[in-house]
Design a protein around this ligand. Structure first.
Ligand code: RM4
Ligand code: MN
Ligand code: MN
Length: 424
């Protein structure tokens, strides 16, 4: 389905008087609202192709119906999100879950919805039918060279799919590691991984980036070969200038100071991209901003400060992607909430009084440092984000529109109740 523009306009009209009042107040209390609005309009967050259906835990899966049955329908779903919020103008594909059959047609469809192809994701954590070697004991780290070779070939294949679609980055996340002490020689596993990644790196086109994602644990529970940002940074440094670390918010040990990790990676020019989600305990893949919105703000605070210090473009210098799963919510509603939370945190970070903070830090005025950060965090920036969306042609309240026009019911009617999307 497609949402006609006039329906969004009609909806916005109903809400415009209230919005204008709130926006006038919000704009009058910030410095240079126009430049903030432009930054918000430019900022796009890629939607993962693997998170448009209902996720599952190992205990069960409870589908809500109307899930996309093909890559085409996934693009259509992201098109719906983007039509409503104008901030979801990209798709991140997971291979082999979403191998395009007809590149030209897929590209044309994406373009029709205003979407570009963000990072391509490879998958060497599951065995595929007909595959010669097994990834049960790892892929790029594997003791058997032929399995490592197979993993390398797969990644090179993913790059080729991405080239055909106009993507320019590859995200490598490895489940490699060990479940028990003694199972693995750590040094050999790391070296094998490096050697394999070097082969993939050599196949990267000139303008491509490689994102090396880390994760503390799961599915391996004793060690993970790329388990933290240090290990990822080490690999990215050894690989070369096209390799970067990717930070997934759910991939740290409890209470890790992610904002500090972000600051240092940025300082070293090695932060490549983000997988947004939220978590309480581990890789919970919950809606971004649903559990720790202050942490999200603090991360954006470091991102804005660090990117500005290096003269980087907020919208394009890093890969911004969501990586979430939806077990109890409608995936599209969940994604609308995540994008909104990201936009809010970004906006709040733009409001931080940078000179004031630097001065307070210099004077060791700890109280004032906190006041400055929380002044920004406690500002209601929703009207600013809504105004940016309005100017870009989106809905004042995307979720409100989605529910009022019963988008999910229509999708169920079109696609059926018992559809299953490929992915998590
Ligand atoms: C992993 C990791 C990867 C994602 C897979 C599906 O935990 O976050 O980025 O591609 O899940
Ligand atoms: Mn991830
Ligand atoms: Mn994950």
């Amino acid at each position: 389905m497609q949402i006609e523009k006039y329906r969004i306009e009609e909806f916005n009209h109903l809400h415009s008087a209230a919005h204008e009042r709130k926006f006038a107040f919000a704009a009058s209390s910030v410095k240079d609202p126009e430049s903030i609005l432009q930054k918000l309009i430019d900022f796009q967050i890629a939607i993962p192709s693997w998170a448009l259906g209902t996720g599952a835990t190992r205990f069960g899966r409870f589908s809500g119906g109307g899930e996309p049955r093909s890559l085409e329908e996934k693009i259509e779903d992201i098109g719906l999100l983007h039509a409503l919020n104008r901030s979801s103008g990209a798709i991140s594909l997971h291979i082999p879950w979403d191998i395009p059959q007809d590149y030209a047609a897929i590209k044309a469809l994406a373009a029709q919805h205003g979407l570009r192809f963000d990072a391509m994701n490879s998958n060497t954590f599951q065995d595929q039918p007909g595959q010669a070697g097994s990834y049960k004991f790892g892929s790029m780290q594997h003791v058997d060279k032929s399995v490592r070779r197979q993993a390398v070939e797969h990644n090179i294949d993913v790059i080729k799919h991405g080239m055909a679609l106009g993507s320019n980055s590859l995200t490598v996340w490895l489940a490699d590691g060990s479940c028990f002490p003694g199972q693995l020689n750590f040094r050999k596993a790391f070296r094998n991984t490096l050697e394999s990644l070097e082969e993939v790196y050599a196949a990267l086109p000139e303008n491509w980036k490689m994102y090396v994602e880390y994760k503390a644990f799961e599915p391996n529970f004793y060690s993970t070969t790329i388990g933290d940002w240090g290990q990822s940074y080490l690999l990215a440094s050894k690989l070369g200038p096209k390799a970067y670390t990717l930070v997934d918010l759910g991939h740290h040990l409890p209470n890790a100071n992610i904002e500090q990790i972000v600051a240092l990676l940025l300082m070293e020019g090695k932060l490549g991209g983000f997988h947004f989600n939220d978590s309480k305990y581990a890789d919970d893949d919950l809606t971004t901003g649903s559990i720790k919105p202050y942490q999200l703000f603090l991360i954006f605070n470091e991102l804005v400060e660090g990117m500005d210090a290096r003269g980087m473009e907020h919208a394009t210098s890093l890969g911004w992607m969501i990586d979430a799963a939806h077990n109890v919510k409608d995936p599209l509603e969940d994604l609308l909430q995540s994008v909104e939370a990201i936009m809010l945190a970004y906006t709040q970070a733009l409001l931080v009084n940078r000179e004031g903070l630097a001065e307070a830090q210099q004077e060791n005025d700890v109280v004032r440092c906190q006041e400055i950060l929380q002044e920004a965090f406690r500002t209601d920036v929703r009207p600013l984000v809504a105004e940016a969306r309005l100017r870009a042609g989106g809905a004042l309240a995307p979720l409100g529109f989605y529910r009022k026009s019963r988008v999910r019911d229509q999708l169920v009617q079109e696609r059926g109740l018992k559809t299953v999307a490929s992915g998590l």
